[in-house]
Ligand binder design. Structure first.
Ligand code: KG4
Ligand code: ZN
Length: 337
């Protein structure tokens, strides 16, 4: 069995995965949404302190598995430095005390492998990764070769949902709140710009759209003076602009890439409106759409454990003395993940 730890942002999670069967024998996640909600976003120092309490609490439940563990896996990039360190400290200690190898795991590769939890992997694959930290299209040729085809030049999709929700006074995390409210709204009421609509760039950008939402909130007299219907209409109009942006750029990629399997992963992939839109685009291009089970779209340790199974088979171990967080470099299209 492999014990995997995830603490890259505001979720503390641990999973136990059986190596031979790929089965998840244990998975628990403690989210910090309620604590960060008052600030309208994640406060790194607070997140770090909450991990220091939650991770040992979860770990205590996994003690019965300790004698059967063959490796410890931990997210070491990308993420918030102070929260990654909490998971790494625990993983290092366990690896040394139990005298078993340590596997460093890339969080985004974990999101991709959320598609393969308790299953064999399906590669090659084109992946749209939409989370709180990233918006990327990745060509996943193999375990070793994952190439970024497009990335956001500024905010990520999840972040833009969170910020727009904050501007309207909806709470945190904004994604599910905006999606739910949008169902009651008129998506054609507010005229919002579709980002990079006339640009040949195959890239994403959300900051201009976010600013356009801010101006609409002001035009409604500020968040305090918006009616329920104003909010619902603005959520729906914003979500429509995000959808059109994603589809326009994805279409350009679909025209070039003939890989038949396409997947959406990451926290924002839970959005049914976006899933439905991609179902239509995939049908047009003869591609099959794949998504992870809802419980594994947002951050979790099961996806880290699933990626760790393949990393373990390839013996991609790291010395506990040298494991550290890997600082995120600027990611551009053409780069390998
Ligand atoms: O993958 P994730 O849990 O964390 C990162 O790796 O960043 O993604 C969290 C993000 C948050 O920004 C959240 O608002 C967004 O995913 N999200 C959604 C939905 N559910 C979660 N965004 C849009 N629609 C949703 N239904
Ligand atoms: Zn994530």
């Amino acid at each position: 069995m492999i014990l995997s730890i995830e603490s890259s942002c505001d979720d503390s999670a641990i999973a136990i995965t059986e190596i031979d069967t790929k089965k998840i024998l244990y998975h628990k996640k403690i989210s910090q949404e309620a604590e960060h909600c008052v600030y309208g976003g994640v406060v790194p120092e607070l997140a770090s302190r909450l991990h220091a309490v939650a991770l040992p609490e979860i770990l205590a439940e996994t003690k019965p598995y300790f004698s059967q563990l063959k490796a410890i896996a931990v997210t070491n990039q990308p993420g918030l430095g102070v929260t990654l360190l909490e998971g790494i400290a625990m993983a290092k200690t366990l690896a040394v005390l139990l005298n078993i190898p340590l596997l460093p795991i890339h969080h985004l590769k974990g999101h991709i492998y959320s598609l393969f939890i308790e299953k064999d992997s399906l590669l090659p694959l084109l992946v749209l990764l939409i989370s709180g930290g990233h918006t990327q299209v990745i060509r996943v040729e193999s375990f070793e070769r994952m190439e970024i085809l497009a990335t956001s030049m500024d905010d990520s999709i999840g972040e833009s949902f969170d910020k727009c929700a904050k501007m309207m006074g909806l709470g945190y995390p904004g994604g599910p709140l905006v999606e739910a409210l949008a169902k009651e709204g008129d998506e054609d009421r507010f005229d919002l710009p579709v980002p990079l609509r006339n640009s040949p760039l195959i890239a994403f950008s959300l900051s201009g759209l976010k600013n356009a939402v801010r101006l609409k909130v002001e035009a409604c007299g500020g968040k305090e003076n918006m009616s329920h219907q104003d909010r619902a209409d603005l959520c729906a109009s914003f979500q429509k602009a995000v959808k059109l942006h994603l589809l326009q750029k994805s279409k350009k990629i679909f025209e070039k890439e003939d890989i038949k399997d396409f997947a959406i992963v990451g926290g924002a992939s839970a959005n049914q409106y976006i899933r439905d839109a991609y179902q239509g685009l995939c049908a047009k291009f003869g591609k099959t759409l794949h998504v992870a089970p809802l419980e594994y779209c947002s951050d979790n340790a099961a996806m880290i454990g699933r990626y760790a199974l393949d990393a373990y088979a390839k013996e991609l171990f790291i010395d506990p003395d040298i494991i550290d967080i890997v600082s995120t470099k600027k990611q551009c299209s053409g780069m390998l993940l």
